[in-house]
Design a protein around this ligand. Structure first.
Ligand code: S3P
Length: 430
């Protein structure tokens, strides 16, 4: 196990960075490029470990994917061009890969087996295996197809009408991907709006999908055409520097080309609510995914309440929001966020436990956490627990700690932000 010494107490952040490509959109560009017909070109692809797992799985399914310049060239041959893999498909740490992949494999008339790492082995898959089985796929796995290893024998699918039991873009997307291969029209009802990258990408690949309020309708048998995809920067990666810019005294930074899809910008809304001094300059280039530059300065923050339909738009940002709340005046309450328990780690436990070690006044609740306002942070030894977002949150926390911070398992960060420390050092260098 590796560890990293961090000590930059209250060293201001200045200058600008361009955060790397969006993880969710990068995954989908590989998947849609693979099942469309023709040559798809992807630029600003995120070369993080999770997205590399997606590439590796689709190569094993017979797709030619070339890594070129800062992107990919994918030779798609349609859903029907995928072939039975000789090897086990390994998704590593990636929940998006396994869940969306199952949606694609559900309609393919061959056998595959899927594994992942220790964390994936603890994450619930029934939320996907159940609806896909009801569409006609034969799926098995440990504990009644709840956990990996999972095996799928796909084939002819029928459309379903399905009410999602959880607000999950991964589950929604798996059903949409199966629905594209099914006979008839699949209708999905979401309990709250979740990230809509799959829906946007289907249209980009020449497909049709109807979205009305929380209903989604997609017809089976559509032929998707290759596309050119420019991946915007990941707002979930930008989040760490947004929080650092707002909380470290005398900071002033610019984050360039950040994805601004409104289903992902919950953290910006929360920061405004907390009093953060930030400015957004959105690009007017008509891209299928909006993007822009964000200017952020150190700010006086106040506590807030985060709950209900806001949660899916900032679910991945809650670890770093918790740190920001530990630098704000007054309490912050986060509720209705029980989904945090089934992320790469149980993020209610890991956030609360690790921030308590640094001296934050924070407590866990059944469905979220309460942060009791500004606390003096000291140093200490903390761990990412193998969770990239916990690792980055703790690295940012070290900027606010009086003592030295030792971060264990920092390598997890490469899952979504391989050059995180390069960017951090760049912003600290002036
Ligand atoms: C993702 C959806 C979210 C998010 C994950 C990526 C996606 O998960 O937490 O990091 O790319 O669809 P859920 O949809 O399961 O909430």
């Amino acid at each position: 196990m590796t560890s990293l010494k961090l000590k930059n107490y209250k060293h201001k952040l200045t200058g600008e960075i361009t955060v790397p490509g969006d993880k969710s959109i990068s995954h989908r560009s590989v998947m849609f490029g693979s099942v469309a017909h023709g040559e798809t070109i992807v630029s600003n692809f995120l070369p993080g470990d999770d997205c590399l797992s997606t590439i590796s799985c689709f190569r094993k399914l017979g797709v030619s994917i070339h890594e070129e310049n800062d992107g990919l060239r994918i030779i798609g041959k349609g859903f029907e061009g995928l072939t039975e893999p000789n090897e086990i498909l390994d998704v590593g740490n990636s929940g998006t890969t396994i869940r969306l992949l199952m949606g694609i494999l559900a309609g393919r008339p061959f056998f595959s087996s899927i594994i992942g790492d220790h964390s994936i082995g603890k994450r619930p898959m029934t939320r996907v295996t159940e609806p896909l089985s009801s569409m006609g796929a034969r799926i098995d796995g440990r504990k009644n197809a709840m956990y990996t290893p999972i095996s799928i024998r796909g084939g002819k699918l029928n459309a379903i009408e399905y009410q999602l039991p959880v607000a999950s873009a991964q589950v929604k997307s798996a059903i949409i991907l199966a629905g594209l291969q099914a006979e008839g029209e699949t209708v999905i009802l979401q309990p709250a709006q979740t990230r809509d990258h799959t829906e946007r990408m289907i249209r980009q690949f020449g497909g049709e999908i109807v979205t009305e309020d929380r209903f989604i309708k997609v017809k089976g048998g559509q032929k998707l055409k290759a596309a050119t995809i420019h991946v915007p920067g990941d707002i979930s990666s930008a989040a760490f520097f947004l929080a650092a810019g707002a909380t470290v005294p005398e900071s002033s930074i610019v984050l360039k080309n950040v994805g601004l899809n409104p289903t992902r910008t919950g953290m910006i809304e929360v920061m405004k609510q907390m009093g953060a001094e930030l400015e957004i300059r959105e690009y007017e280039n008509g891209s299928f995914e909006p993007a822009g530059d964000i200017y952020i300065k150190s700010s006086v923050l106040k506590g807030t309440i985060i709950e209900g339909d806001m949660i899916p738009a900032l679910i991945d940002e809650i670890p770093i929001i918790a740190l920001m709340a530990a630098q704000a005046d007054g309490p912050t309450v986060i509720r209705n966020a029980e989904e945090l328990k089934v992320k790469e780690t149980n993020r209610i436990d890991t956030v609360v436990h690790e921030l308590q070690k640094l001296g934050a006044a924070i407590e866990a609740t059944d469905d979220g956490m309460i942060i009791h306002g500004k606390s003096k942070l000291r140093g200490g030894t903390v761990s990412s627990h193998g969770d990239h977002r916990i690792g980055m949150m703790l690295a940012i926390a070290s900027l606010l700690c009086e003592g030295e911070v030792i971060l264990e398992q920092p390598e997890a960060i490469s899952v979504s932000y391989p050059n995180f420390f390069t960017h951090l050092n760049q912003l600290l260098s002036q």
